[in-house]
Design a binder for this molecule. Sequence first.
Ligand code: HEM
Length: 491
Amino acid sequence: MEPFFLSLFLILIFLISLSLFSFSSIFKSKSSTEQNSTDEKLHELPPGRTGWPFIGEGIEYLSLAKKGCIENFISTRKNKHNPMLFKTSLLGETVAVLCSAEGNKLLFSSENKLVKSWRPRNFGKIFDNSDKTSTIEETMRMRSLSIVIKESNSLQKYVEIIDQVAKDHLEKYWEGKEEVKVYFLARKFTFTLACKLMLNIEDPEVVEELQKLFDHIAKGFFSLPINIPGTTLNRAIRASREIRKKFLGMIKQRKIEIMEKTVLDYEANDIVSKLLLEKSKDGEGLNESEIANMILGLLVAAHDNTSVTVVSTVKYLAELPETYDKFHGEQKEIANSKGPEELLNFRDINEMKYSWNVICEVLRLQPPVIGTFREAITGFNYDGFLIPKGWKLHWFAYATHKNPKYFPEPEKFDPSRFEGNRLVPFTYVPFGEGPHKCPGRAFARLQILVFMHNLVNKFRWEKVFPDEQLIRDPLLVPTKGLPIRLYPQKP
Ligand code: HEM
């Protein structure tokens, strides 16, 4: 019997261990399935399409931009894929587009932790930062801005200069005319002003020559990345070299004047002089070629966005007579409070509350900068999806500006949205947010308000083409240059 019990015992042990093994392996396999599914979720990429190789979804993006309805690119994908984010491919890169206040908050507050600023490749080629001594970020962040423009003392001083340049501009190009094209004149005004404030250039011929070169640059930023003679990118690169050469000559000349004391410290209001003076004081600072690069970057950042905001404001005021009347009422009161030759001051600017709310609403409906890019410096999870390291991320102003959750009746022009502190954080972002928030915004506000003050106090106007729209080509432009008929204000 003994061998029988022994073999029975062994069989029993075998069966028990087998069942234990299978149970544990079942258990194990179940838990690893669970683990896998969590891992899979963590590794799931955002939903969306990357379109054609190399071109991605760029053609659809550009064609909607040209039709003036770029926001449809976002809304259709948001509705189809996910309201928080989707994946696409633009400018030869895989891009996650974040579409909510939470997404904006993530991008604007995770600089150098999860993301860093990224500009399309053409930017680097046009600014020629191949030597890495001055990256576009360095160029664009602009010590000069923090040193000069952001100081409220300087802003005070600039109000008078801007007012004088606006008055001269209107007298020369608008007064006595029945019809003008706002797009070209607004660009002329902001460029003339920028040349005066940054480089102390006033000669209209030099300004015009520089402006022609600048027009090539703006077109090159979002053009096809093909750099052979005849392409838009190639023209932009050559224009940028030419401008830097000219700037270098001007900067050297200014340096001589400063060293020979033919320009006194207090006369040196332009940014180049201030930067050169900074250098001569502490012996350090930027060299001439860095200053030339920086001024180029500043002019690019400053010029188009400000002028097109003036254009959009003129357009909306033509379409909305009641808004025009209130805007004009406020500006007329300020004008009436001044002496005959007295220029505007900073206090006047702070009185322009309704006018600024109108401009804020213009910037909500027609943000000159649709959004910019960041690059993921590490892989991370957002809303349950993986954003792999190296992917580009795009914040898109329309995603929040036209979301009824944040701006009820988003298509309605309503400046009262900006009364009080009612905005949800990270939803109103025409100037971006966080460490890269536009450092020129206070300066832009001055230029736009001062110009509009002078314009409404001189004219009423109507659009020559009532249906004319703004499109993106790729910058915001009116399809016909916004011609308007002018009616001088009665004294
Ligand atoms: C209405 C006019 C303007 C608008 C709507 C505007 C908008 C913007 C936006 C959206 C950004 C990008 C922020 C980001 O990437 O997160 C930016 C950056 C910048 N803007 Fe403006 N801007 C305007 C006028 C100006 C002016 C007048 C100047 C210079 C005097 C200027 C200088 C800059 C610079 C240097 C940057 C780069 C900042 C950085 O990357 O750290 N902008 N602007």
